[in-house]
Design a protein around this ligand. Structure first.
Ligand SMILES: NC(=O)c1ccc[n+]([C@@H]2O[C@H](COP(=O)([O-])OP(=O)(O)OC[C@H]3O[C@@H](n4cnc5c(N)ncnc54)[C@H](O)[C@@H]3O)[C@@H](O)[C@H]2O)c1
Length: 377
Protein backbone atom coordinates (compact mmCIF):
# COMPACT_ATOMS: atom_id res chain seq x y z
CA UNK A 1 0.00 0.00 0.00
CA UNK A 2 1.34 3.45 -0.96
CA UNK A 3 2.47 5.49 2.08
CA UNK A 4 1.16 9.03 2.52
CA UNK A 5 -1.61 11.06 4.09
CA UNK A 6 -5.38 10.81 3.82
CA UNK A 7 -7.18 14.13 3.37
CA UNK A 8 -10.62 14.18 4.96
CA UNK A 9 -12.86 17.07 3.92
CA UNK A 10 -15.72 17.76 6.33
CA UNK A 11 -13.85 15.81 9.01
CA UNK A 12 -15.29 18.02 11.77
CA UNK A 13 -18.84 16.99 10.86
CA UNK A 14 -20.95 14.17 12.23
CA UNK A 15 -19.90 11.29 9.98
CA UNK A 16 -16.49 12.73 9.04
CA UNK A 17 -15.37 13.02 12.68
CA UNK A 18 -16.16 9.34 13.33
CA UNK A 19 -14.31 8.33 10.15
CA UNK A 20 -11.30 10.47 11.13
CA UNK A 21 -11.15 8.72 14.48
CA UNK A 22 -11.28 5.26 12.88
CA UNK A 23 -8.61 6.25 10.33
CA UNK A 24 -6.30 7.53 13.07
CA UNK A 25 -6.88 4.31 15.05
CA UNK A 26 -6.07 2.28 11.94
CA UNK A 27 -2.69 4.07 11.78
CA UNK A 28 -3.25 6.52 8.91
CA UNK A 29 -1.78 10.02 8.84
CA UNK A 30 -4.89 12.18 8.59
CA UNK A 31 -5.35 15.80 7.50
CA UNK A 32 -8.78 17.42 7.93
CA UNK A 33 -10.09 20.42 6.01
CA UNK A 34 -13.32 21.89 7.37
CA UNK A 35 -14.87 25.36 7.26
CA UNK A 36 -16.88 24.63 10.45
CA UNK A 37 -20.18 25.80 8.93
CA UNK A 38 -21.92 22.80 10.49
CA UNK A 39 -18.90 21.01 11.97
CA UNK A 40 -17.18 21.34 15.34
CA UNK A 41 -13.50 21.64 16.10
CA UNK A 42 -13.92 19.58 19.29
CA UNK A 43 -15.15 16.67 17.20
CA UNK A 44 -11.82 16.33 15.37
CA UNK A 45 -9.55 13.62 16.74
CA UNK A 46 -6.36 15.13 18.20
CA UNK A 47 -4.35 12.60 16.21
CA UNK A 48 -5.34 14.37 12.98
CA UNK A 49 -4.01 17.68 11.65
CA UNK A 50 -6.75 20.27 11.24
CA UNK A 51 -6.92 22.94 8.54
CA UNK A 52 -9.62 25.57 8.91
CA UNK A 53 -10.74 26.38 5.38
CA UNK A 54 -13.09 25.82 2.51
CA UNK A 55 -12.69 22.87 0.21
CA UNK A 56 -13.79 25.02 -2.77
CA UNK A 57 -10.75 27.24 -2.24
CA UNK A 58 -8.23 26.17 -4.90
CA UNK A 59 -5.43 28.20 -3.31
CA UNK A 60 -5.90 26.35 -0.08
CA UNK A 61 -6.01 22.94 -1.80
CA UNK A 62 -2.91 23.84 -3.77
CA UNK A 63 -1.00 24.64 -0.59
CA UNK A 64 -2.20 21.48 1.18
CA UNK A 65 -1.47 19.11 -1.71
CA UNK A 66 1.90 20.76 -2.43
CA UNK A 67 3.11 20.36 1.15
CA UNK A 68 1.80 16.81 1.76
CA UNK A 69 1.90 13.53 -0.11
CA UNK A 70 -1.82 12.85 -0.18
CA UNK A 71 -2.62 9.34 -1.39
CA UNK A 72 -6.36 9.42 -0.83
CA UNK A 73 -9.25 11.80 -0.18
CA UNK A 74 -12.42 11.18 1.79
CA UNK A 75 -14.98 13.78 0.75
CA UNK A 76 -17.63 14.36 3.43
CA UNK A 77 -17.89 18.15 3.11
CA UNK A 78 -21.33 19.16 1.97
CA UNK A 79 -24.83 20.17 2.94
CA UNK A 80 -27.50 17.63 3.85
CA UNK A 81 -30.96 19.12 4.40
CA UNK A 82 -33.36 18.20 1.60
CA UNK A 83 -35.99 20.99 2.08
CA UNK A 84 -33.20 23.59 2.37
CA UNK A 85 -31.87 22.37 -0.98
CA UNK A 86 -35.29 23.03 -2.54
CA UNK A 87 -35.34 26.62 -1.28
CA UNK A 88 -31.64 27.27 -1.94
CA UNK A 89 -30.37 25.06 -4.79
CA UNK A 90 -27.43 27.33 -5.68
CA UNK A 91 -25.88 26.78 -2.26
CA UNK A 92 -26.41 23.03 -2.50
CA UNK A 93 -24.88 22.65 -5.95
CA UNK A 94 -22.00 24.85 -4.81
CA UNK A 95 -21.29 22.92 -1.62
CA UNK A 96 -22.02 19.43 -2.94
CA UNK A 97 -20.82 19.73 -6.53
CA UNK A 98 -18.29 22.58 -6.77
CA UNK A 99 -16.51 21.23 -3.72
CA UNK A 100 -16.01 17.88 -5.46
CA UNK A 101 -14.90 19.62 -8.65
CA UNK A 102 -12.22 21.53 -6.71
CA UNK A 103 -10.99 18.42 -4.93
CA UNK A 104 -10.76 16.47 -8.20
CA UNK A 105 -8.84 19.32 -9.84
CA UNK A 106 -6.31 19.26 -7.03
CA UNK A 107 -6.12 15.45 -7.11
CA UNK A 108 -5.49 15.48 -10.82
CA UNK A 109 -2.81 18.15 -10.57
CA UNK A 110 -0.96 16.40 -7.77
CA UNK A 111 -1.45 12.82 -9.00
CA UNK A 112 -3.69 11.65 -6.15
CA UNK A 113 -5.65 8.68 -7.50
CA UNK A 114 -8.12 7.61 -4.83
CA UNK A 115 -11.35 9.19 -3.60
CA UNK A 116 -13.98 7.89 -1.19
CA UNK A 117 -17.15 9.91 -1.58
CA UNK A 118 -20.25 10.40 0.63
CA UNK A 119 -23.29 9.98 -1.54
CA UNK A 120 -26.81 9.17 -0.51
CA UNK A 121 -29.85 6.96 -1.03
CA UNK A 122 -31.54 10.18 -2.26
CA UNK A 123 -29.97 9.54 -5.68
CA UNK A 124 -32.46 6.67 -6.15
CA UNK A 125 -35.58 8.73 -5.47
CA UNK A 126 -38.69 6.61 -4.97
CA UNK A 127 -37.90 3.00 -5.74
CA UNK A 128 -40.28 0.07 -6.08
CA UNK A 129 -37.61 -2.46 -5.08
CA UNK A 130 -38.11 -4.01 -1.60
CA UNK A 131 -34.33 -3.73 -1.05
CA UNK A 132 -32.63 -1.19 -3.31
CA UNK A 133 -29.56 -2.46 -5.14
CA UNK A 134 -26.88 -0.25 -6.68
CA UNK A 135 -28.37 -0.99 -10.12
CA UNK A 136 -31.75 0.54 -9.28
CA UNK A 137 -32.79 3.46 -11.52
CA UNK A 138 -31.40 6.84 -10.45
CA UNK A 139 -34.19 9.39 -10.09
CA UNK A 140 -33.24 12.01 -7.51
CA UNK A 141 -36.22 14.09 -6.44
CA UNK A 142 -34.54 17.10 -4.83
CA UNK A 143 -31.67 19.49 -5.61
CA UNK A 144 -29.82 17.71 -2.78
CA UNK A 145 -30.17 14.33 -4.53
CA UNK A 146 -29.31 15.84 -7.92
CA UNK A 147 -26.22 17.62 -6.55
CA UNK A 148 -24.93 14.29 -5.19
CA UNK A 149 -25.79 12.46 -8.40
CA UNK A 150 -23.98 15.13 -10.43
CA UNK A 151 -20.92 14.76 -8.20
CA UNK A 152 -21.02 10.96 -8.58
CA UNK A 153 -21.11 11.37 -12.35
CA UNK A 154 -18.19 13.79 -12.30
CA UNK A 155 -16.16 11.37 -10.17
CA UNK A 156 -16.88 8.50 -12.60
CA UNK A 157 -15.95 10.68 -15.59
CA UNK A 158 -12.65 11.55 -13.87
CA UNK A 159 -11.79 7.88 -13.64
CA UNK A 160 -12.22 7.44 -17.39
CA UNK A 161 -10.28 10.59 -18.22
CA UNK A 162 -7.58 10.76 -15.54
CA UNK A 163 -7.54 7.36 -13.82
CA UNK A 164 -8.76 8.70 -10.47
CA UNK A 165 -10.35 5.69 -8.76
CA UNK A 166 -13.39 5.97 -6.52
CA UNK A 167 -15.38 4.27 -3.84
CA UNK A 168 -18.76 6.01 -3.82
CA UNK A 169 -20.87 5.16 -0.79
CA UNK A 170 -24.63 5.70 -0.91
CA UNK A 171 -25.71 5.96 2.72
CA UNK A 172 -29.16 5.26 4.01
CA UNK A 173 -30.12 6.80 7.43
CA UNK A 174 -27.15 7.29 9.71
CA UNK A 175 -27.52 7.38 13.52
CA UNK A 176 -25.64 6.70 16.77
CA UNK A 177 -22.49 8.11 18.35
CA UNK A 178 -19.06 6.95 19.52
CA UNK A 179 -19.10 4.24 22.18
CA UNK A 180 -17.39 6.52 24.74
CA UNK A 181 -20.01 9.28 24.08
CA UNK A 182 -17.30 11.82 23.28
CA UNK A 183 -18.49 12.60 19.73
CA UNK A 184 -21.92 12.37 18.15
CA UNK A 185 -24.53 13.97 15.92
CA UNK A 186 -24.78 17.76 16.35
CA UNK A 187 -26.32 19.34 13.28
CA UNK A 188 -27.41 22.97 13.72
CA UNK A 189 -30.88 21.94 12.50
CA UNK A 190 -31.73 18.36 13.44
CA UNK A 191 -34.10 16.72 10.96
CA UNK A 192 -33.23 13.04 11.50
CA UNK A 193 -35.89 11.07 13.37
CA UNK A 194 -33.66 9.30 15.94
CA UNK A 195 -32.09 12.48 17.41
CA UNK A 196 -35.42 14.33 17.07
CA UNK A 197 -37.17 11.58 19.08
CA UNK A 198 -34.40 11.40 21.69
CA UNK A 199 -34.51 15.20 22.06
CA UNK A 200 -38.29 14.91 22.54
CA UNK A 201 -37.77 12.24 25.23
CA UNK A 202 -35.15 14.32 27.08
CA UNK A 203 -37.06 17.63 26.83
CA UNK A 204 -40.60 16.27 27.31
CA UNK A 205 -41.72 18.25 24.24
CA UNK A 206 -44.22 16.76 21.83
CA UNK A 207 -43.03 15.62 18.41
CA UNK A 208 -44.86 14.70 15.21
CA UNK A 209 -44.85 11.57 13.09
CA UNK A 210 -45.59 12.73 9.56
CA UNK A 211 -48.38 10.63 8.02
CA UNK A 212 -50.02 7.35 9.06
CA UNK A 213 -51.50 6.14 5.78
CA UNK A 214 -48.39 4.87 3.99
CA UNK A 215 -48.23 1.39 2.53
CA UNK A 216 -46.21 -0.12 5.42
CA UNK A 217 -46.94 -2.49 8.34
CA UNK A 218 -48.28 0.31 10.60
CA UNK A 219 -48.92 3.11 8.09
CA UNK A 220 -45.84 5.20 8.97
CA UNK A 221 -42.73 5.57 6.77
CA UNK A 222 -40.24 2.73 6.88
CA UNK A 223 -36.50 3.45 6.62
CA UNK A 224 -33.16 1.66 6.84
CA UNK A 225 -30.81 2.79 9.66
CA UNK A 226 -27.08 2.33 10.04
CA UNK A 227 -24.75 3.06 12.96
CA UNK A 228 -22.23 5.82 12.30
CA UNK A 229 -19.38 3.58 13.55
CA UNK A 230 -20.33 0.85 11.07
CA UNK A 231 -20.34 3.53 8.40
CA UNK A 232 -16.91 4.79 9.50
CA UNK A 233 -15.54 1.22 9.42
CA UNK A 234 -16.80 0.86 5.85
CA UNK A 235 -14.95 4.05 4.87
CA UNK A 236 -11.65 2.73 6.20
CA UNK A 237 -12.22 -0.51 4.26
CA UNK A 238 -13.20 1.46 1.12
CA UNK A 239 -10.01 3.51 1.24
CA UNK A 240 -7.92 0.38 1.84
CA UNK A 241 -9.59 -1.31 -1.13
CA UNK A 242 -8.49 1.56 -3.40
CA UNK A 243 -4.99 1.83 -1.93
CA UNK A 244 -4.58 -1.93 -2.41
CA UNK A 245 -5.14 -1.38 -6.12
CA UNK A 246 -8.65 -2.84 -6.38
CA UNK A 247 -11.25 -1.48 -8.80
CA UNK A 248 -13.60 1.44 -8.26
CA UNK A 249 -17.05 0.72 -6.90
CA UNK A 250 -20.38 2.29 -6.01
CA UNK A 251 -21.71 0.70 -2.83
CA UNK A 252 -24.85 1.04 -0.68
CA UNK A 253 -24.31 1.31 3.06
CA UNK A 254 -27.44 0.17 4.86
CA UNK A 255 -28.64 -2.68 7.03
CA UNK A 256 -30.93 -4.61 4.67
CA UNK A 257 -33.85 -4.07 7.04
CA UNK A 258 -36.25 -1.27 7.84
CA UNK A 259 -38.05 0.22 10.83
CA UNK A 260 -41.16 2.36 10.73
CA UNK A 261 -41.31 5.80 12.32
CA UNK A 262 -43.68 4.44 14.95
CA UNK A 263 -41.26 1.60 15.76
CA UNK A 264 -38.45 4.17 16.16
CA UNK A 265 -40.51 6.24 18.60
CA UNK A 266 -41.51 3.13 20.60
CA UNK A 267 -37.94 1.79 20.66
CA UNK A 268 -36.62 5.16 21.88
CA UNK A 269 -39.18 5.12 24.74
CA UNK A 270 -38.18 1.56 25.64
CA UNK A 271 -34.39 2.09 25.46
CA UNK A 272 -34.33 5.49 27.16
CA UNK A 273 -36.99 4.54 29.70
CA UNK A 274 -38.95 7.78 29.21
CA UNK A 275 -42.28 7.94 27.35
CA UNK A 276 -42.09 10.06 24.19
CA UNK A 277 -45.00 12.45 23.62
CA UNK A 278 -45.99 12.39 19.99
CA UNK A 279 -48.90 12.95 17.62
CA UNK A 280 -49.54 12.31 13.94
CA UNK A 281 -48.89 15.24 11.62
CA UNK A 282 -49.66 15.60 7.91
CA UNK A 283 -47.73 13.64 5.28
CA UNK A 284 -44.66 15.45 3.95
CA UNK A 285 -44.35 16.01 0.23
CA UNK A 286 -42.11 13.46 -1.46
CA UNK A 287 -41.78 10.94 1.40
CA UNK A 288 -41.70 7.42 -0.08
CA UNK A 289 -43.48 4.54 1.74
CA UNK A 290 -40.37 2.40 2.34
CA UNK A 291 -36.66 2.75 1.62
CA UNK A 292 -34.39 -0.21 2.44
CA UNK A 293 -30.90 -0.92 1.11
CA UNK A 294 -29.53 -4.15 -0.21
CA UNK A 295 -26.04 -4.36 1.32
CA UNK A 296 -24.98 -7.50 -0.54
CA UNK A 297 -22.35 -5.65 -2.58
CA UNK A 298 -20.73 -4.15 0.52
CA UNK A 299 -20.45 -7.67 1.96
CA UNK A 300 -19.00 -9.00 -1.26
CA UNK A 301 -16.46 -6.24 -2.01
CA UNK A 302 -15.48 -5.06 1.46
CA UNK A 303 -16.33 -8.04 3.65
CA UNK A 304 -18.40 -5.50 5.59
CA UNK A 305 -21.69 -5.84 7.37
CA UNK A 306 -23.27 -3.75 10.09
CA UNK A 307 -22.38 -4.92 13.61
CA UNK A 308 -24.58 -2.56 15.62
CA UNK A 309 -28.39 -2.71 15.73
CA UNK A 310 -31.11 -0.08 16.18
CA UNK A 311 -31.05 -0.32 19.99
CA UNK A 312 -27.30 0.33 19.95
CA UNK A 313 -27.80 3.42 17.73
CA UNK A 314 -30.44 4.78 20.10
CA UNK A 315 -28.44 3.96 23.24
CA UNK A 316 -25.28 5.62 21.88
CA UNK A 317 -27.12 8.71 20.64
CA UNK A 318 -28.94 9.04 23.98
CA UNK A 319 -25.72 8.68 26.00
CA UNK A 320 -24.02 11.30 23.82
CA UNK A 321 -26.90 13.80 24.17
CA UNK A 322 -27.39 13.10 27.86
CA UNK A 323 -23.71 13.63 28.64
CA UNK A 324 -23.45 16.73 26.38
CA UNK A 325 -26.55 18.88 27.04
CA UNK A 326 -25.14 21.68 24.87
CA UNK A 327 -23.53 19.20 22.44
CA UNK A 328 -20.19 20.72 21.40
CA UNK A 329 -21.01 23.93 23.25
CA UNK A 330 -18.88 26.91 22.51
CA UNK A 331 -18.78 29.19 19.51
CA UNK A 332 -17.36 27.06 16.75
CA UNK A 333 -15.17 29.61 15.03
CA UNK A 334 -13.18 30.82 18.05
CA UNK A 335 -9.97 28.94 18.71
CA UNK A 336 -8.11 28.59 22.00
CA UNK A 337 -4.30 28.58 22.18
CA UNK A 338 -4.38 24.78 22.52
CA UNK A 339 -6.58 24.49 19.41
CA UNK A 340 -4.13 26.62 17.47
CA UNK A 341 -1.24 24.36 18.39
CA UNK A 342 -3.00 21.48 16.64
CA UNK A 343 -4.03 23.50 13.59
CA UNK A 344 -2.23 24.28 10.37
CA UNK A 345 -2.68 27.76 8.96
CA UNK A 346 -2.36 28.14 5.23
CA UNK A 347 -1.42 31.45 3.69
CA UNK A 348 -3.85 32.50 0.99
CA UNK A 349 -1.92 35.57 -0.17
CA UNK A 350 -0.72 34.20 -3.53
CA UNK A 351 -2.88 35.44 -6.37
CA UNK A 352 -1.82 32.88 -8.96
CA UNK A 353 -0.90 29.45 -7.73
CA UNK A 354 0.66 26.36 -9.19
CA UNK A 355 -2.73 24.76 -9.17
CA UNK A 356 -4.39 27.33 -11.42
CA UNK A 357 -1.49 27.31 -13.88
CA UNK A 358 -1.36 23.56 -13.84
CA UNK A 359 -5.09 23.26 -14.48
CA UNK A 360 -4.77 25.33 -17.65
CA UNK A 361 -1.70 23.43 -18.88
CA UNK A 362 -3.19 20.03 -18.18
CA UNK A 363 -6.51 20.98 -19.82
CA UNK A 364 -4.62 22.12 -22.93
CA UNK A 365 -2.51 18.95 -23.08
CA UNK A 366 -5.55 16.78 -22.57
CA UNK A 367 -7.40 18.56 -25.37
CA UNK A 368 -4.45 18.05 -27.71
CA UNK A 369 -4.33 14.35 -26.91
CA UNK A 370 -8.05 13.95 -27.59
CA UNK A 371 -7.69 15.88 -30.86
CA UNK A 372 -4.85 13.56 -31.98
CA UNK A 373 -7.03 10.56 -31.16
CA UNK A 374 -9.79 12.18 -33.26
CA UNK A 375 -12.12 12.19 -30.29
CA UNK A 376 -12.84 15.94 -30.69
CA UNK A 377 -12.50 18.40 -33.61
N1 LIG B 1 -26.14 12.25 8.00
C1 LIG B 1 -26.76 11.43 7.15
O1 LIG B 1 -27.71 10.71 7.54
C2 LIG B 1 -26.32 11.35 5.71
C3 LIG B 1 -27.03 10.51 4.83
C4 LIG B 1 -26.60 10.43 3.50
C5 LIG B 1 -25.50 11.13 3.07
N2 LIG B 1 -24.84 11.95 3.94
C6 LIG B 1 -23.68 12.70 3.42
O2 LIG B 1 -22.59 12.55 4.31
C7 LIG B 1 -21.79 13.74 4.35
C8 LIG B 1 -21.56 14.12 5.79
O3 LIG B 1 -22.82 14.29 6.44
P1 LIG B 1 -22.90 14.72 7.96
O4 LIG B 1 -24.20 14.25 8.50
O5 LIG B 1 -21.63 14.36 8.65
O6 LIG B 1 -23.00 16.30 7.80
P2 LIG B 1 -22.31 17.45 8.69
O7 LIG B 1 -23.03 18.71 8.33
O8 LIG B 1 -22.25 17.06 10.12
O9 LIG B 1 -20.83 17.45 8.12
C9 LIG B 1 -20.43 18.16 6.98
C10 LIG B 1 -19.10 18.82 7.32
O10 LIG B 1 -18.59 19.46 6.14
C11 LIG B 1 -18.15 20.78 6.49
N3 LIG B 1 -18.28 21.56 5.26
C12 LIG B 1 -19.41 21.83 4.55
N4 LIG B 1 -19.11 22.53 3.44
C13 LIG B 1 -17.74 22.69 3.45
C14 LIG B 1 -16.82 23.32 2.57
N5 LIG B 1 -17.24 23.93 1.46
N6 LIG B 1 -15.51 23.30 2.89
C15 LIG B 1 -15.07 22.68 4.03
N7 LIG B 1 -15.90 22.07 4.89
C16 LIG B 1 -17.21 22.08 4.60
C17 LIG B 1 -19.07 21.21 7.61
O11 LIG B 1 -18.55 22.23 8.41
C18 LIG B 1 -19.21 19.89 8.38
O12 LIG B 1 -18.18 19.73 9.31
C19 LIG B 1 -22.55 14.79 3.55
O13 LIG B 1 -21.91 14.95 2.31
C20 LIG B 1 -23.94 14.19 3.38
O14 LIG B 1 -24.55 14.56 2.17
C21 LIG B 1 -25.22 12.08 5.23
Amino acid sequence: MEQGSILVTGGAGYIGSHAVRQLVRAGYDVIVIDNLTTGHLNAVDKGARFIFGDVRDLNLLDAVFRKNHIVGVMQFAGKIIVPESVSNPLTYYDDNFTAVLSILRAMRTYGCKNIVFSSTAAVYGTSKEPAITENAPLNPESPYGFSKRAAERLICDCEKAYGIKHCIFRYFNVAGASEDSSIGEAHPVETHIIPVTINAAISGREMQIFGNDYDTRDGTNLRDYIHVLDLADAHVLGMKMLLDGKDSAIINLGSDKGYTNLEIVNTVSEVVGIPVHWKYGPRRAGDADSIVASNALAKQLLGWEPKRDLKQMITDDYNWRNSHPSLYGRNKATFTREDRQNMIFVSKSQSTTALYEDIENKDRQHEERLRKLNKIN
